[in-house]
Ligand binder design. Sequence first.
Ligand SMILES: C[S@@+](CC[C@H](N)C(=O)[O-])C[C@H]1O[C@@H](n2cnc3c(N)ncnc32)[C@H](O)[C@@H]1O
Length: 233
Amino acid sequence: MIGCGTPNAAAPEKSAASPAVTPPPAKVAPPTVAAASQPEPKPEPKPQPEPEPPPEPEPVTDEAPALDIEYVPTPGNVVKKMLEVATITKSDVVYDLGCGDGRLVIAAAKQYGARGIGFDLDPERIAEAKANVEKAGVGHLVTIEQKNIFEVDLSPASVVTLYLLPSINVRLIPQLQKLAAGSRIISHDFDMQGVDPDDVWTLVAKHHRPPPATRKHYVYKWTAPIVVSPADE
Ligand SMILES: C[S@@+](CC[C@H](N)C(=O)[O-])C[C@H]1O[C@@H](n2cnc3c(N)ncnc32)[C@H](O)[C@@H]1O
């Protein structure tokens, strides 16, 4: 390699011993009339490398991300019941998978002083939940993350709340099996096929799309480690 202090091997060496030789005068061809009257030939343009094509622009879209379940908020009295049966204390870490407007993690922080993270994919819900966290003054306890629930590591949580669908609860089983022993899983309305709950509570609350004005709501509780019955594995 040739660097700053490296001699250039391609440069001819000067010899102090060589006698000075006067080179013969170069033969110059007499200019012809035609040559004299023609303009100097322009040098051939050097071939330029093909320019790199510009990067494709990101498609601009207003489309909402593909959600596995639409947004339906849990009524207030059901939120209260879910947190109560979870026996939450301030040493708990509550994860709400598909947090909507953040009401479950906010209530856990306000009522029990628990830390929490709410996960959702919908940017509208994320903005709403963040604003609600701010409004409730629980920003020191609660964070809201835009993340697919199927990519969340649940091992730091001690309470997981769900208001999803029975099929989604089943898809979450491999993640829920990472919970530490004694962690609680609380689901609004939906069971988890193959895993027997510790208990189920029934209460009446608003129907999100009345009529009817009210309907029965269910609260399921499981305690980790969850065991899938062999028939459903
Ligand atoms: C029925 S709502 C429940 C909202 C809230 N947990 C509650 O109980 O009030 C379900 C939420 O899950 C969100 N969601 C759907 N699919 C999701 C996914 N793959 N990852 C993260 N959030 C998702 C929706 O945007 C919606 O806010």
